[in-house]
Design a binder for this molecule. Sequence first.
Ligand SMILES: NC(=O)c1ccc[n+]([C@@H]2O[C@H](COP(=O)([O-])OP(=O)(O)OC[C@H]3O[C@@H](n4cnc5c(N)ncnc54)[C@H](OP(=O)(O)O)[C@@H]3O)[C@@H](O)[C@H]2O)c1
Length: 262
Amino acid sequence: MRDYALITGASSGIGFELAKIFAREKYNLFLTARNKTKLEELQGEIRKSFDVDVLVIPKDLSLENSARELYDEIKNKNVKIEILVNNAGFGGYGEFVKTNLESEVNMINLNVTSLVKLTKYFLQDMFLQKSGKILNVASTAAFQPGPLMAIYYATKSFVLSFSEAIAEELEGSGITVTALCPGPTESGFQKTARITQSRLVKGRKLPSSKDVAKYGYKALMKGRRVAVHGFINSLITKAIRFIPRKVITKVVHFIQKERDSI
Ligand SMILES: NC(=O)c1ccc[n+]([C@@H]2O[C@H](COP(=O)([O-])OP(=O)(O)OC[C@H]3O[C@@H](n4cnc5c(N)ncnc54)[C@H](OP(=O)(O)O)[C@@H]3O)[C@@H](O)[C@H]2O)c1
């Protein structure tokens, strides 16, 4: 039997698919998100198909103490966490001057603060055990500013920058850190972020969460630092380095606008 993987945001989308991949690869699992019912359904599905231990710890990771509580509850079980997947996250749409501050602070707490806390707690243990792998789910949004989703893009820039920096610090330590950067992907994300009408996604056939999860798993196992899903996405994230940021920001603004409102 292999070690444990902790996956945040496992109740839907990319995290849900990652959980099934890790189970297939014989990892024991800790699954977390807010929706206990969905997590328990996934727990049942995994137990039926794979011979692994699956534990569910529901948490709202936008709350101040949740990351610490999650770490302590796992520590009490006396198991070795070999894999940490910081996947939970959400976005929000609208002009910053009009959007809801409380929701944006929750977004920063979830996408950034809890991700940093969980990385700190589990990395310190991995450092002592001289092995471990961390997958931080960023986004192609990490590579440029995002008018109409300003806070979301900024949180993902943080995740990318932070992950690359600590990956460098940990070179040779036996621990790898991978930033997974999906482009728009079919999941619950668009509905939560209220961007189903945006040019970014409307009328487009999006890659599935399963495809992105498979890609992320492989990148993690190879210990890649940055993994951008999709050939075109990868090309764009490289090409924009050569374009003035003001121009890119205007292009993103245009793309993010709702189709029907223009
Ligand atoms: N889909 C895309 O287009 C796309 C593109 C690039 C990057 N990403 C990133 O991929 C990651 C996964 O998103 P997804 O696309 O799979 O979307 P999703 O289907 O909406 O899944 C988001 C997951 O995060 C959990 N979550 C949300 N708020 C939470 C909170 N306060 N505390 C704990 N867990 C919370 C959700 O579970 P509960 O609701 O049960 O809490 C759910 O399991 C996110 O970090 C997202 O930013 C997505």
